[in-house]
Design a protein around this ligand. Structure first.
Ligand code: TXA
Ligand code: MG
Length: 312
């Protein structure tokens, strides 16, 4: 079972020892929980793929503690410098041509590496004290939504990793990923940094988002639009009348089994994934979510509901 460490100096010190021995440590970041190891240790990286059940064809993001470190692992372009100045540390991942020091297993054999500098003291301290970059994939099993609490990490990976550090994630959805190896730059994944924010610094186009659907233990329905709340309530009540057990995830309490996200977009996004995990524990016949139309959130809702997303 993974050791549960706190974010104190001692906890971080212990975690760094584990990383030095080639171990795997999960930690909070400002987006979601990450699963780290020494990014230059091929064997440790291989274990990250194994425990996440991640195909070797899907590369890992590399996390650094300082902007200077990026120059050691990648070819830094002018656009990259502009974005790093504006958004590092923060929830933006940039894809650059990689240098040889990064083992090819990290990048799934590609000559590009995705780099980010988390805006959270724990991963920053880990990479700094290790003296090397660390990988920072989300700390879930492939196919599940990203964990945002240490308990979710233990549910998914508790038996397979060496430690987890307790702490808070603020955004609750993953970083925005932009590929700077092509012109114009391409947003590969929308996320915590808005595309319009990026456009203040560089020209970007948004790739059609890959719809990887999460595996949720009950079917998920999402309603968005002005009448979303009303439609969620109506639909939940109708299904309940038919004898189904319904779990609702909404901004306020609108049904008996409601997991409340809160009114602001920040609260909504920070709690969405944990609300889904909480709803799954109720073993409902269906989960009904009041969606909000914000780019990063809409993308995650699509991954939760697949086709079952309705505009009201
Ligand atoms: O917010 C985040 O980015 C979180 C925190 C924990 O750092 N991490 C995260 O990692 O979401 P992960 O592994 O769940 O998602 C990383 C995404 C994958 O879709 C992967 O294909 C893409 O980044 N990616 C990684 N390296 C890449 C590369 N060299 N080129 C293109 N895409 C890459
Ligand atoms: Mg992930």
């Amino acid at each position: 079972m993974a050791k549960v460490l706190d974010g104190s100096t001692d906890g971080v010190k212990r975690a760094v020892e584990i990383l030095k021995e080639g171990g795997l440590v999960a930690f909070p970041t400002e987006t979601v929980y990450g699963l780290g190891c020494d990014a230059l240790d091929e064997n440790a990286v291989r274990r990250v793929f194994e425990v996440k059940k991640r195909p070797l064809s899907k590369p890992l993001i590399v996390g650094v503690s300082e902007i200077d470190e990026v120059y050691k692992i990648a070819e830094v372009t002018g656009e990259a410098e502009r974005l790093m100045k504006e958004f590092f540390p923060g929830p933006l991942t940039i894809v650059l041509r990689k240098k040889l020091v990064i083992p090819s297993i990290v990048t799934a054999g590609m000559n590009k590496v995705a780099v980010r500098m988390p805006d959270h003291e724990i991963p920053l301290k880990l990479a700094k004290k290790l003296g090397r970059p660390i990988v920072v994939p989300s700390a879930n099993k492939t196919g599940k939504p990203s964990p945002t609490t240490y308990k979710h990490v233990l549910e998914d990976l508790g038996n397979e990793i060496d430690a987890v550090i307790v702490g808070e994630c603020s955004f609750g959805i993953e970083s925005t990923i932009v590929d700077l190896t092509v012109r114009p730059a391409r947003v590969l994944r929308t996320g915590a940094v808005k595309v319009n924010e990026l456009r203040k610094s560089i020209d970007v186009v948004v790739e059609p988002q890959k719809d990887e659907i999460y595996t949720i233990s009950s079917p998920v329905y999402v309603f968005v639009g002005e009448r979303a709340e009303e439609r969620v309530r109506e639909f939940a009540e109708r299904m309940a009348e038919r004898g189904m057990k319904v779990a609702v995830i909404a901004r306020r309490k609108i049904f008996e089994n409601t997991i409340i996200l809160g009114e602001s977009i920040e609260k909504y996004s920070s709690k969405l994934f944990s609300a889904v995990r909480e709803a799954e524990l109720l073993r409902p016949d269906l989960i009904v979510i009041e969606g909000i139309e914000e780019e990063g959130i809409m993308d995650r809702l699509r991954r939760l509901a697949g086709e079952k997303i309705f505009r009201a």
